[in-house]
Design a binder for this molecule. Structure first.
Ligand code: AMP
Ligand code: ZN
Length: 488
């Protein structure tokens, strides 16, 4: 298996520390607001990584944190804590805010069929260990204290900025404002003091004064606490290369003299067609926004599968519509193949299976695997049975719930074939009562007009049904009724 390592800026053969198991740490959400679909792209990428590792026979120990304290609004450590700010805005306790958005985030992951991490950890549950780490840094001479907190002196570490390439080095000046009291521009807060005239809702005693930990310290402590040092893979969004992950590596090296993780993987950003999407700027689209528009969350997953995780992805109404149409076609194809008669498996079947594994194991080349899936479905040399088997096999990585596609038993003998949604995937039924009264009445009126050969009226009703999200087709004696929107 090959993975692109941000540390070496090359695609490398993946060699885990233990033969059969892999430890992954992914930076989790900062829970002061809803996750946006950009954030969720990163978690889809991590889900794909985990599925591909499992496909290659590894047991994956996946740790994800919840950042419920210490992530500041400014990269220079001078801004407010995002959670305290969010709590003030919503007039709720910080703890309630954190719980609410954590629960919401977990629901989003479910809707996207993202496999839950092996373990979740909250930053606020590891404060003691974070204080211990800062104490060691202090003993080793890496810290200094200024008026607003304890800082890491980056000039003391020989190779600060291991993840940086040329672009990060040149970006550095613009990204972090100079803070007067800091010794070096890149120094970062390990422990921030609570503001003098203000009682924070989240604050703890420490040898340096009452306050709260820095975000970069949290992730080092939580990852090493669960996975040891070094562990296999650390991942997150591309924006973390520059500061957050750079500062995690710095602390681990200062304390342990070892690399924190062997492979660093970063997912590129999802941008709106013409602008960046960020929680702090307030321009976000959530999965719920898409759902309210009648878009299946799994169509968003499909959209992400179609672009390599290291390429930028531009989100637009057209791109999500295209993904939704493609996914629905895939579901219809899966339904056509469902229940096909068992045949021998040919060499060609084996060839597709091998090619699929090669693609996904080549730094998660999912877009090529998906394109090959469409070619496979058109291949006249494969039996329907083989095609269906391959679809189910490939979906172990795609995660589009293709194996959940079902129909009720009577479908082949019935007058109706009705496509609805059940548990976020299409469900085919012969039961006309599964439709709403309004749709059922329109269908029956249309049948009456057709019996009387009043094609004009029957077409009017077809258009009416279409306008409320139902497509009607006639196939021999059967009437096929499909919902065109996931919302119906
Ligand atoms: P946050 O909740 O801000 O801590 O971010 C959660 C994750 O989303 C991090 O791994 C970020 O790197 C990632 N992220 C933030 N914005 C985007 C975006 N527009 N596209 C993809 N990933 C993002
Ligand atoms: Zn992190």
């Amino acid at each position: 298996m090959k993975l692109y390592n941000s540390l070496t800026k090359t695609k490398e053969e993946f060699k885990p520390i233990n033969k059969d198991s892999v430890g992954i740490y992914g930076c989790g959400p900062t829970v002061y607001w809803f996750a946006h679909i950009g954030n969720l792209r990163t978690y889809i990428f991590e889900d794909l990584l985990k599925r591909v590792l499992e496909y290659n026979g590894y047991n994956v120990n996946h740790i994800m944190n919840i950042t419920d304290v210490g992530h500041l609004t400014s990269d220079s450590d001078s801004g407010e804590d995002k959670l305290e700010k969010g709590a003030k805005k919503e007039r709720k306790s910080v703890w309630d805010i954190a719980q609410f958005y954590t629960d919401f985030f977990k629901e989003d992951l479910k809707l996207l069929n993202i496999i839950e991490p092996t373990k979740w950890i909250k930053a606020t549950d590891t404060i003691e260990a974070q204080i211990d780490l800062i104490k060691v840094l202090e003993e080793k001479g890496f810290t200094y204290t200024i008026s607003d907190g304890v800082y890491f002196d980056t000039s003391k570490l020989e190779k600060y900025g291991r993840l940086w390439g040329e672009s990060e080095r040149s970006e550095m000046k613009g990204r972090i404002e100079e803070v007067k009291e800091k010794r070096n521009q890149t120094d970062f807060a390990l422990w921030k003091f609570s503001p003098k005239n203000e009682k924070r809702q989240m604050e703890w005693d420490s040898p340096w004064g009452v306050g709260f930990p820095g975000w970069h310290t949290e992730c080092v402590v939580m990852s090493i606490g669960e996975l040891g040092i070094p562990f296999d893979i650390h991942c997150g969004g591309i924006d973390h290369v520059f500061i957050h992950h750079t500062n995690e590596i710095a602390q681990a090296e200062a304390v342990y003299g070892k690399p924190l993780a062997n492979y660093w993987l970063h997912g590129e950003f999802l941008n709106l067609k013409d602008s960046k999407m960020s929680k702090s700027s307030g321009t976000i689209i959530t999965l719920q926004t898409l759902k309210q528009k009648g878009i299946n969350p799994l169509s968003y997953r499909y959209l992400c599968l179609n672009t390599h995780y290291r390429s930028k992805l531009s989100f637009s109404d057209e791109s999500i519509e295209f993904a939704e149409t493609s996914l629905n076609k895939l579901y219809e194809k899966a339904f056509e193949l469902f229940d096909s008669e068992k045949t021998e498996l040919s060499d060609k079947y084996g060839g597709y299976k091998n090619q699929f594994k090669e693609y996904v194991s080549d730094d998660l080349n999912i877009p090529s695997a998906l394109a090959m899936t469409w070619d496979m479905l058109k291949d006249k040399d494969l039996s329907d049975y083989e095609k269906h088997e391959l679809l189910i096999e490939f979906d172990k990585i795609f995660g589009l719930k293709i194996s959940s596609i079902k129909s009720d038993e009577n479908i082949s003998n019935s007058n109706y074939i009705i496509k609805t949604f059940k548990d976020d995937v299409p469900f085919w039924t012969s039961n006309i009562d599964s439709l709403s009264e309004e749709v059922k009445n329109l269908v029956s009126q249309r049948e009456d007009y057709r019996k009387n050969k009043d094609w004009k009226k029957s077409d009017e009703i077809r258009d009416k049904l279409e306008s409320i999200g139902w497509q009607v087709e006639d196939s021999g004696k059967k009437t096929i009724i499909k919902n065109t929107s996931y919302k119906n």
